[in-house]
Design a protein around this ligand. Sequence first.
Ligand code: F6P
Length: 364
Amino acid sequence: MSKKILILTGGGDCPGLNAVIRGIAKRARKEKGWETYGCIEGFNGVFNEPQELVLLTSKRTAGIHVRGGTILKTTNKSNPINFPMPQPDGTTKFVDRSDELVAKLKALHFDAVINIGGDGSQKISKVLFDKGIPVIGVPKTIDNDLSATDMTFGFQTAVQIATDSFDKLVTTAESHHRVMIMEVMGRDAGWIALHTAIAGGAEVCLIPEIPYDVRKLVKRIALRYKKGRGFVNIVIAEGACPKAGTIHSTAGDKGSEHVRLGGVAYQLSKQLKDAGCTAEIRETVLGHVQRGGSPVAFDRVLATLFGVKAFELVLEKKFGRMVAYQNNNITSVTLEEATKDYNFVKTDSYLVKAAKGLNISFGD
Ligand code: F6P
């Protein structure tokens, strides 16, 4: 009888997800007697009746590594520990359906479940593993905020997209003598903003880890105009916050566990004007463009190696682990280690020091 693996993608999509799926499926095909299945739309594919599970034949996975998104679809509304259930009065109640999921998975007799997702997904992996499901985790997020892996796939693609956009904004800023504010993703961590600022040559970089002082930014902008460099390019992460005050977020979609960020570029623009900035300001919110399209080569390689490694962990029966990239090597860590900490930009890191050495202001 064949052995069976189930793959699923959960949370926000990320360039490289399809490369992981293909990596697992191709590596599994090299072993005799393995079948790879995909679960549609996170765990919904198991919860839904009829269940939505597809056999990942070579025809289904051929060439998908170059495609963005995920052929398995994804959602941030199928967290089995905190599952959103619409109520008759229009409200949403969050319930723990993990035991139901475990029972359904056990009834399907999969020899392994490979859960590709971010921090939230790996916390789910840990709960399922503790309840007896043979789980392997694969980390994903464009934000690069998982601590057990030096890098996540999708991050380099997001930085490339943001840098390409930044370069375009420089020439228009210069032509109009404007201040251009470009907002990038980065809910809790400023990795995309910081890398883009260095790659693009920004004057200002604002990240969640370093609250900024608006008055300092106004001075910095004025000084640059005074020196005759009549334009300024700012990169701001969506989660960046001023020292005084907070940023406004909106409630998430129904059933979502997250508040929705996005729009800090407009808030910063207003703060600068209110604090006396006289330059003309324009705002660009890059948004989900950063998550779309084809992964860059680095992300394809990392994602593919993660897929191959995930299957090899299955072969070795090393369940309860997440694949990771550490010291230029593909390895694995326990799900406990994987979900212990976030990977924030360290304010005393060389990256921040070097950026400051390049005269990039963090507004601190
Ligand atoms: O976690 C990745 C991320 O891209 C964050 O940077 C961002 O805040 C969030 O996803 C957006 O999620 P959604 O797709 O639900 O709008």
